[in-house]
Design a protein around this ligand. Structure first.
Ligand code: SF4
Ligand code: SF4
Length: 123
């Protein structure tokens, strides 16, 4: 009898880290009150834009993760990984809704990674 593969719908790790080449249709947003800080989602991001939120002072002793929004390509892999492997703490928000919610955050069409342009935005 064939065994059911519980992990078959879990995304694969990226072969290489890319960057944003067009404006995404949606952006990943972490519900930090729901995030356990397990960091399981971090290595799955194909543009490496998920990091530990060093500034969060939530109720948990473990810091949640945060998204560097202008680097996100909206692939939703992190959201799937969080739901399938751990919890349900990442929500994909449509770009128009995101821009209305956070008008102070600029989402550009492309993003060039360099040593000094990694954005850190407090919201
Ligand atoms: S997998 Fe989910 S719960 Fe774990 S750090 Fe990522 S967002 Fe938080
Ligand atoms: S949706 Fe998640 S995995 Fe995809 S680029 Fe954005 S933060 Fe990274």
């Amino acid at each position: 009898m064939r065994k059911y593969d519980h992990y078959k719908s879990v995304p694969k790790f990226p072969f290489e880290i890319g960057t944003k080449t067009r404006k995404p249709k949606s952006i990943a947003v972490v519900d930090e009150g729901n995030c356990t800080g397990c960091q399981v989602c971090v290595p799955f991001c194909p543009v490496d834009c998920i990091e530990v939120d060093e500034f969060s002072n939530g109720n948990s002793p473990i810091n949640p993760v945060r998204i560097r929004y202008n680097e996100c390509i909206g692939c939703s892999i992190c959201s799937t990984v969080c739901t399938k492997l751990t919890w349900d703490a990442i929500h994909m928000i449509k770009i128009a809704e995101f821009e209305e919610m956070f008008p102070e955050i600029e989402i550009t069409n492309t993003f060039e990674k360099s040593n000094n342009n990694t954005e850190v935005i407090e919201i």
